[in-house]
Design a protein around this ligand. Sequence first.
Ligand SMILES: [Zn+2]
Length: 225
Amino acid sequence: MRDMINIEKEEFQEKLKSAAKELGLSLNKYQFSLIYSRRMKGYNTKIVLHRFHKRIEFRFGYKWKEVGWEIQKGAVQALLCRLFKKNKKTMSISLLDSFLSNVHSSYLVQEDFEDDILRESFERVNGKFFNSSQGISRVRFGKPSKTTLGRYDFDSDEIVISSIFKKAPCELLDYVMYHELLHKKHGYGSSLKRQYHTPSFKQEEQKFPDYKGVEKRLQAFISHN
Ligand SMILES: [Zn+2]
């Protein structure tokens, strides 16, 4: 199934790089790409930073293909501003703002993955269990802890996974990723008790295929690493 058009032509590289330059960002180390995806709704946009591969990927809903470059450039710049915490208003960003207020949609998403292993796991789990409906600001590896296997930070919308999972089987990494995404989905639970693993949380967690087997393999992995 071909649902996207991937644009990595020289011409686009230059366009994207000069958009970044206007913001005062020097991102020469990075490879840029822009994808128009049929899977993304309407005028949604997303920026994905692959730190390891020094790649910045823009994903735009398919509708963007028909939009003039100046406005697309505004979206590129708005996403870069978010990712690199810049506060700059360019001509293109102003054009984007008025464009989006006309189409009644303004949805800018940023995702930042430290590693491809984490991105792939996130996308597998998100696709399989959440119908790809979950977004995330950042996923990274933390300390090689055996007690805190992962955590989800509500304020920064960030998942941190213990680095012992760098060499774990996919299944175990996915299981931890799933657990953390359930935290995002379920929120704080009862605000009085701040109960994290509520009965409905646990019930949903057990939907992971071969839940009991995975739990055993996870314990075995932890004790051998
Ligand atoms: Zn938990």
